[in-house]
Each structure stands twice: as C-alpha cells, then as structure tokens.
Design a protein around this ligand. Structure first.
Ligand code: MSP
Length: 657
C-alpha cells in the first residue's frame, strides 16, 4: 500500500429527476477543483460523486413519463455522466444507489442498526414533502407548507421503523464542540444549532410503506428504507463497506470533506454522523455547506423555467471558462447570482485580457527576440525580486486558501500574480531593451522570468482550468509531469523553455452582441422546449386513452379489483384545494369517504343522489387531510374534460364485473 496521505472528498449524489443545471455543476466543479489540487499536492485522492435514484419523487416522475423507475433513471443518468464528461470532472468513482452492491450494503446497515436496537417499529403520523423527501411535524410547517421549499405537504400515516436519533443528541453536541470545523462554514453550524439541535432531536422515521421504489427492508419487505438513509450510506458503500471487499473503505474512510448545498447540511451533520455513531464507525472530518447559485428572481428550478444549462455554456465559452467563473465569481460559502453579463465580463477581464495577454505577449516576444529558446542570463534587476516575491506569496496563500475551500480568494491570488507579471512587462519594456544589443542579456532574463511566472500560473490554474493549464505548459515547451507542486514554489526550477505560439486561449467577447445572441437563443430554446413538452403531453394522453394498448392482463388480474356501485349521499369541497371533492358514499350497508380530483368538472350539488362506480379495495390514502377509501371510475373524455361513469339504474353495494 502506498504511504501517501489519503484525501477523500465527495459531492452530494444527485437526484436524476431532471436535467442538471448550472447550480448542480457548481458543487461538482468545486469538488473537482479541490480533488485536483490535492492530487497536485501529492495526496492519494478518492473523489466520489453519483446519483440518488430512489424515492417517491422519482417513482412519480417515472409514472408521468410512462416508464419504469429504472428505465427512467437510466436515461437521465446517461445525461448526467455526459455532463460531467463535458465539465472535465475527474471523479474516481461514480455510485448509483440502484447499484446492486449499494442496495445490499444498505440492507445490511439497516439490519445492523435494528439488531443494535437503534431502529425500532412504531406508527408514524406526520407531514411529508415529496419533492424534498422530508418528514415534518405540524409545528415545523410554515403556513401549512414545507418549510424548506414552500410546497404542499401530505399527511402520512403508516407503520414505520424509527431511528433513535434523539439518543445521539448529546454525542452530536460534543462532536460539534470538539471539532469546530465539522460543520463549515461557521454560519452553518449556528443554523444547525439554533434550528435543530437546541429545540431537541426527535427520533426519525426511516422506512416507508406507501410506495415501492426503494430498498426493501430485508426482515420486513413491506417497508422500504427512507431515501436519506439509503442516500447518505453511499459515502461508505461506494468504498465497499458492507461488501466482501472493503479495502477502499479501510483506506479512505473517514472522508476529509463532504461538500453539500446549504439546504442539505442538516441531513449530513445530524442524521449521518448519528448513523455512523450508531454503527460504531468514525465520522467524516468536515461537512462544508456551500451557498446557492441564484438567478435574479430566486433559486434555479425547472418549474420556475429559469434554469441555466451548463452544456450550452460550455459549448459557447469553453469548459475551462465556465469552471473558472463558477469558482472565482462567488465566495464558496455564500449565495451568488448568476448572470450572463457577469460571466462574459469575468471571461473578458480575467481570461481574455489579463491571462490571455500575458501568454500572448510572452510567447510573441520569445519568438521575436530569441527564436523561441529561453534560458536565464543572470543579468538581474531588483524588479525581478519583486516579481519572484509576488509569485512566492501567491503560491503559499493559494495553498492555504485552497485547503480551506476558499476557491474565489485562491484564484484571486493567482490573478494577482498574472497582473504583476503584466506590470513587469510594462516596467521592463522588453521592446526598448531589444533595440540595444548591450541589453540583450537583460532582455533574455526578463523573458525567462516571464516564462517562469507563467509556468507557476499554469500550475496554480490547473485545478480550475486543467486544459488551459496544459496548453500554457505546452506552449512553454515544458513537460507537464515535471511541473509538480514543489516546483510552483521554486522560481527558477525550469532551466530552459522551448516556446511555441499557440491559439488564442480566450477570445474577447463583444458583450452587447453576445447578450443579444443569448436572448435570441433563449427564446428559441424556450419555443423548442414548449413544443417538446406539448408533444410529450400528447403522447402521454394518447397512451392514457388506450390508443396504445397497455400490457395484457389475465382474468385473475381483473378479479383483484373490487368494483362496486355507490350512492353519493353527501359531497363537499376540500378546503385549500382547487381539485378535490370529498364524497360520502353509501356502498350497501357501509358508508365510506373518497376524495377525488373532479372538482374542475363537477359541483358538489350535482353529484348528491347520483350512483357511481368505485374501486372499493384500493389501499386508503390521505389527501389534504382527508382519508380516502377507494377511487371513482371516470373517463378522460377530452384533453381537458373528465366524465364520471354514472350507474343510476344500479343498486348501491352491488358488484360491477
Ligand atoms: N439527492 C440529494 C443529495 C443526497 S446526498 C447523500 C439532493 N440532490 S439534488 O440533486 O437535489 O441536489 C444536489 C446538490 O445540488 C445539493 O447540494 C444542492 O444544494 C445542489 N444545488 C441544487 N441547486 C443549486 C443551486 N442553484 N446552486 C447551488 N447548488 C445547488 O439534494
């Protein structure tokens, strides 16, 4: 085994529920830059990312798309892998929570927690937010809605398994106290303490029975494992924990850092360490909660129609420019606003002007004055010491900042060196030196110093802009493999440069023209997306109307349905819902309640007294607080009309077959 120090870094595993947007790319690019930096420093790095594929949200999306959940996620994961390829993400492993080894390991973890007495069975009643896959108590809701995303929640009542989270309250508090960086930055620690820890931790519901798309509990397969228990476990199952070969787990765990967005810090800093404590495993060293990349008008979301597609940006401006912008523009712990204007300005000022100019001026002069062969002449000047001092300072500050994940500040140091080197050209005036043969030695030293400065800049840029860094080194004629981290702090490490003038690294962008073009492009894409959505909706409706025949069933399958005639004895509107009516029904001697989304087509008055057909043996479900026992038979008559199937001549309670 190598004696290199290990460094294990993770991103969250992403929900494959939609195309990923620039906000998702933000975290992955940051993790990638840190992973590349640590490799450069000489660490043996394990960088993990992946996809979080179970849960009710995915199950529903798959149904909407007319696919099985696995087909649905397979298609989306392909796109995610493609995006990471385009963004030049250097992950060492990619985990999918539908991977067999993960499923088995999660089942073992769940059983182990149960055997240790940290998971027990009880009855759960509470509010569930499907988009966030989170449970909330009544008092945690804000205006009756999910406190995280503001969307509707559903009252859920089911037999569930619970994790004894409350038991770990004290140990968690000790963890935070002894390791002040465990929750970083500091502001996130304060949020966790005041919002969750101080009010007291409740035990956590960790299984579900109301849907199927998840990992079954081995000893009670009616239950599936709560998606966050499933997802958080990825950080160790990806390393083989719970499998026959756990060598990677033993080598890399505990992780040095989990990078996560601020809204999921609580899962990573409360539930995850408590789970690990319950399993007697070490906890990660740090959970870093970064801010959100917002658009004017709020967080990016598909439903708001304000997502920015990273593929489009990479295609237009190049991957390195996007990576650099993401790391440089916004301090990593804070929220930041994305705008095309800020992106273009950043590309123009830092990359096209400052870096681009330094590269092209140096290489042009090397060719013009020395036929591309540069070595030191030893004819020095105090100005050289200043340049060297700025380079040395940049390297040491950069390292400290990168180690703290302060990417923006770290790259601001690199660009301080770039500016200093540009200023060095203005001060030394090589074009003047070139006019006087007696200054040739000095001119040679100036160009050597510029090549050295550029070599150091290229090394420091490598985590953010790997391709650009490689290009600069190749233009300087130095071998990338020789540009190790130690050589960044050693001005003079390269003895000879054999330069060549390459392509322009970052062409300058005309802001006005580009913004215009982007606006047109946006409109075009919106029109295309609308067209595609309409087409998909039409196809789904077509399938729904039976024009595409569903799979054959046997008479035994049909016999499983208990269809009955029912009389509507009362009917009322469900408060706070545009769609739901609550129907009281007489089915033979029995009275039952059904909530149905037929309010857009029927008023309560016109239904009372009518006989309808219901599915009587459907599993009860709660809609907006109404416990519904069954379903009404109805026909999607046109795209926006629905008709109930009336059976006024038939007797309530009689079977329909
Ligand atoms: N599946 C969970 C994570 C499980 S980790 C064990 C999840 N997935 S997610 O796809 O919804 O989000 C993944 C990450 O993307 C989160 O860290 C989230 O904060 C981040 N972002 C999503 N939108 C974002 C922005 N607009 N800006 C920055 N990060 C954002 O949560």
């Amino acid at each position: 085994m190598s004696d290199k120090k290990t460094y294990y870094i993770t991103t969250p595993i992403y929900y494959p529920s939609d195309n990923l947007h620039i906000g998702h790319a933000y975290c992955t690019v940051a993790a990638d830059a840190e992973a590349r930096f640590r490799r450069l420093e000489g660490y043996d790095v394990m960088f993990l990312t992946g996809t979080d594929e179970h849960g009710q949200k995915i199950e529903r999306k798959a149904i909407e798309a007319g696919k099985t959940p696995k087909q649905y996620v397979d298609d989306i994961v392909e796109g995610i892998l493609e995006l990471w390829k385009v963004l030049n993400i250097s992950n060492d492993r990619f985990i999918r929570t539908t991977d067999d080894y993960h499923v088995k390991a999660v089942q073992k973890i769940f059983k182990e927690l149960y055997d240790r007495g940290d998971i027990y069975k009880n009855e759960y009643e509470g509010w569930y937010c499907t988009p966030c896959e989170s449970f909330w108590t009544e008092h945690q809701l804000v205006d009756g809605k999910c406190p995280d995303c503001g969307r509707e929640v559903e009252l859920t009542k089911e037999e569930s398994y619970f994790f004894r989270l409350s038991k770990y309250q004290k140990r968690l508090e000790e963890l935070y106290e002894k390791n002040p960086n465990f929750i970083s930055p500091q502001s996130r620690l304060n949020e966790m303490l005041s919002n969750f820890i101080r009010p007291g931790l409740d035990d956590l519901c960790v299984s579900r029975t109301s849907f199927k798309w998840g990992i079954p509990v081995t000893f009670d397969d009616k239950h599936i494992v709560y998606v966050w228990v499933d997802a958080l476990s990825n950080y160790i199952t990806a390393l083989g924990y719970g499998s026959d070969d756990d060598s990677l787990y033993r080598k890399y765990w505990p992780a040095q850092v989990h990078l996560v967005g601020k809204e999921i810090v609580r899962f990573h800093t409360i539930i995850w360490p408590a789970m690990l404590m319950a399993l007697d495993l070490p906890v990660p060293e740090m959970v870093f909660g970064h801010g959100w990349l917002l658009l004017e008008g709020g967080k990016m979301s598909k439903s708001k129609g304000n997502v920015v597609d990273p593929l489009v940006l990479c295609e237009r401006y190049g991957t390195d420019a996007i990576r650099y912008f993401l790391l440089r523009e916004v301090p990593f712990g804070s929220d930041g606003v994305f705008s095309n204007e800020a992106l273009i300005n950043r590309i123009n000022s830092d990359l096209a002007n400052d870096l681009g100019n330094l590269v092209s001026r140096t290489l042009t002069m090397s060719e013009k004055y020395f036929n591309n062969e540069i070595t030191a002449s030893g004819v020095t000047d105090p100005l050289d010491d200043e340049l060297k001092a700025v380079a040395a300072e940049a390297v040491s500050k950069y390292a400290g900042l990168m180690e703290q994940l302060l990417f923006s500040n770290a790259f601001s140091e690199v660009f301080r060196l770039v500016s200093r080197a540009n200023k060095y050209i203005d001060e030394t005036m090589p074009w003047k030196l070139a006019k006087d043969e007696a200054s040739r030695g000095r001119l040679q030293q100036v160009l050597y110093n510029l090549c050295e400065a550029l070599r150091i800049v290229a090394i420091l840029c490598q985590p953010a802009m790997p391709d650009t860094s490689a290009k600069i080194l190749s233009y300087l004629g130095v071998d990338e493999a020789d540009c190790t981290w130690d050589t960044a702090a050693n001005f003079g490490a390269t003895k000879a440069f054999h330069t060549s003038k390459g392509e322009i690294l970052f062409p300058r962008i005309d802001l006005e023209k580009e913004l215009d073009a982007l606006e047109k492009d946006k409109k075009k894409r919106a029109a295309e997306a609308e067209k595609a959505a309409k087409k998909a909706e039409k196809a789904a409706k077509k399938a729904h109307h039976g024009e595409e025949a569903p799979a054959e069933i046997t008479i035994d399958d049909f016999a499983k349905l208990d269809l009955r005639v029912a009389e509507v004895t009362a009917c009322e509107v469900v408060p706070n819902s545009d769609k739901l009516l609550k129907l009281t029904l007489r089915v033979g001697d029995e009275t039952r309640t059904i909530a149905s989304s037929i309010r857009p087509w029927y008023s309560p008055e016109e239904l009372v007294g009518r006989h309808i057909i219901i599915v009587a043996n459907l599993k009860p479900a709660v809609f907006r607080g109404v416990e519904s026992h069954g379903m009404l038979l109805a026909c999607d008559n046109t795209e926006d009309d629905c008709k109930l199937i009336f059976a006024d001549d038939c007797t309530p309670g009689r079977k329909v077959r």
